[in-house]
Write a protein that binds this ligand. Sequence first.
Ligand code: SIN
Length: 288
Amino acid sequence: MALKLRKLSYALGAEVCDFNVAAPMSEAQFGEIYQAFLDNGILLFRDQDITREQHIEFSRRFGELDKHDSLPRDRHPNYPELLLVTNEPNADGTPSNSRYTGRSWHSDMSFTPVPSLGSLLKSWTVPEVGGDTLFANMTLAYDTLSDGMKKLIAGLHGIQLAGTRKINHAPSGLERLAEQKKLNPPIAQPVVRTHPETGRKALYLGDKVKRFDGMTEEESQPLIKFLNAHATRPEFLYRHQWRKNDILVWDNRCTMHQALGDFDETQRRHMERTTVLGTPSGYVVAEG
Ligand code: SIN
């Protein structure tokens, strides 16, 4: 049976309507889902009242899952394939370390030598309003640059740094930041990446990049600022308003995203993410 797709925005995204990700699924059926994922960059599945095991099982259809060794403090204690993004306080009452995860433009795991293919985020608890996530279509962003700009950025590598997000300044937050930086040395990633499956070029940048390899921060910043501002023009975006039990899948090779702090932080927002491993990319550099 053909998938029922509904476009989410002009730039990217589609909802797969009336679909249960935990139901038995043939290879052919998953093939249609995967093609829709490649075509739209983001897929939304609403009303997925599923278990953690089912979330992981569905995610495995997309590829091998990351065990989150680069972010050990944020993974679920019993399921290393699940990364917590939560403002639920720790058992001892201290603030959650992952409450600010994703609060700047990024593509998942860009600061590692194996950036992610895609991520599947499930919403367990959402605030009354807000707690939205913004997505940008980086293929559109690349395609709409001038030929001159495409030529200029063709060989550039942006140095991606771990731990650039807003942090929890409590001692545990500072320890976590130091650990992230130690585990993930600065890594230079191409500013333009060719999607291994669609063959299309996409910008690969975001707020984790402060400078280009071989250039100073002062030299790099004007171009980085221009490219990030260009990529996040409203016409290239989709803003996701979460409902409980959404599963949102995005392609990290051609989109970037940012979790917004547009909600009452006394209310709970609890999300869990699987991260599908991509292909090796980039090279480690001595200094950020
Ligand atoms: C993430 O960056 O993976 C988290 C996004 C979100 O919590 O909305």
